[in-house]
Design a protein around this ligand. Structure first.
Ligand SMILES: Nc1ncnc2c1ncn2[C@@H]1O[C@H](COP(=O)(O)OP(=O)(O)OP(=O)(O)O)[C@@H](O)[C@H]1O
Ligand SMILES: CC(C)(CO)[C@@H](O)C(=O)[O-]
Ligand code: BAL
Length: 314
């Protein structure tokens, strides 16, 4: 629906301005697509924007590295960013984007009287960089069952942080559609469930994984891989494609499929966080493939933790 000429997006850093902009678009009868990101944009992000162009009149990209989804031991401080480069990529994209929402701090409530005693520093048993900062934020969205397994095992604050910040973005931007990548499969399913359970009037779209020419899933964190680690990391996508082909040839025993993949990645030099075959919607582990599943993997290559997955529809 969008035009094909490139354009400069409106850059909005303030929540109130963002809301005003969205309301103005709505009053002109325009539908709004939101693509939430943490910046350092690559072709994967751009493919989400193209998906939004196909469905809506105007597209908003948010760029915000959310401290609420990182635990203090994770890589918030080294997360890559290049706002200027991101803008150039957005402007070079046919159709561009209409607005970039780039708040400095989404948890700035102007409450000067926050004191230490007001804050539950444990956040229900888990602590994120947000609580460490004593931001005076105490409301969290939790998608209780779906957040438990897979990435939730090793990143206990991650999904409540993601669900909460995305709920905030939804309230501020008020989009009709929001596009997320299936690369972060559990995140996509959790946000779909959040929207259903909390009656947001927003359609959550899952967009296909964009890969480099050698098959590695594009990710902002790939920039931290050494050339050797990057080569090693190809074991994830190669073993996932092999697993899919083995299922198509009739191998349906999940333990065997998982063992093969774990062995391939470990032998290549990766350190497995998890390798699970789960139902596409419930994300519950299955033993034998009889219905659509997704094979999800997280593994460390040096100091970089990568995720990838493969939907297998039978
Ligand atoms: N290769 C990809 N293909 C499709 N979507 C992607 C891809 N990489 C990221 N996305 C999606 O882009 C959105 C923003 O993700 P984010 O900004 O965290 O980038 P990222 O590359 O996933 O970074 P990282 O994995 O290093 O955190 C998410 O919905 C994510 O799933
Ligand atoms: C959805 C998101 C922008 C929330 O911070 C983030 O988790 C991401 O980039 O995938
Ligand atoms: N794309 C997922 C965001 C994160 O790993 O924090």
């Amino acid at each position: 629906m969008a035009t094909t000429s490139t354009k400069e997006p409106e850059i909005i850093t303030d929540k109130t301005q963002m809301r005003k902009w969205s309301r103005a678009m709505r009053s002109q009868g325009k539908s709004i697509g939101l693509v939430p990101t943490m910046g350092y944009l690559h072709e994967g992000h751009l493919s989400l924007i193209k998906e939004s162009h196909r469905r809506t009149n105007v597209t908003v990209v948010s760029i915000y590295v959310n401290p609420g989804q990182f635990s203090p031991s994770e890589d918030l401080s080294t997360y890559p960013s290049d706002f200027h480069g991101d803008l150039l990529k957005l402007m070079a994209l046919p159709g561009g984007v209409d607005a970039v929402f780039h708040p400095h701090d989404l948890y700035d409530y102007n409450n000067n009287n926050v004191n230490k005693d007001m804050i539950d520093e444990k956040g229900g048993g888990v602590v994120s960089c947000l609580e460490e900062r004593r931001a005076g934020h105490e409301t969290w969205v939790r998608v209780e069952k779906l957040e438990k397994g897979l990435c939730g095992m090793s990143r206990p604050v991650f999904f409540r942080g993601v669900a909460t910040v995305v709920a905030k973005l939804f309230n501020i931007v008020d989009p009709d559609f929001a596009v997320f990548g299936k690369k972060d499969y559990q995140q996509f399913r959790i946000l779909q469930r959040m929207v259903r359970d909390l009656d947001f009037s927003i359609e959550v779209i899952g967009s296909e994984i964009k890969r480099d020419s050698d098959g590695l899933a594009l990710s902002s964190r790939n920039v931290h891989l050494s050339p050797e680690e990057r080569e090693t990391a190809l074991s994830i996508n190669r073993s996932l494609f092999r697993a899919k082909s083995n299922v198509e040839k009739g191998q349906v025993n999940c333990k065997e499929l998982r063992d093969t993949v774990i062995q391939a990645i470990s032998e290549a030099g990766g350190r497995i966080d998890y390798a699970e075959i789960v139902d596409q919607e419930s994300l519950e582990a299955v033993e034998e493939i009889k219905s659509p599943v997704v094979f999800c993997i997280a593994a460390w290559f040096g100091k970089v933790r990568l995720v990838d997955n493969m939907e297998i529809d039978v």
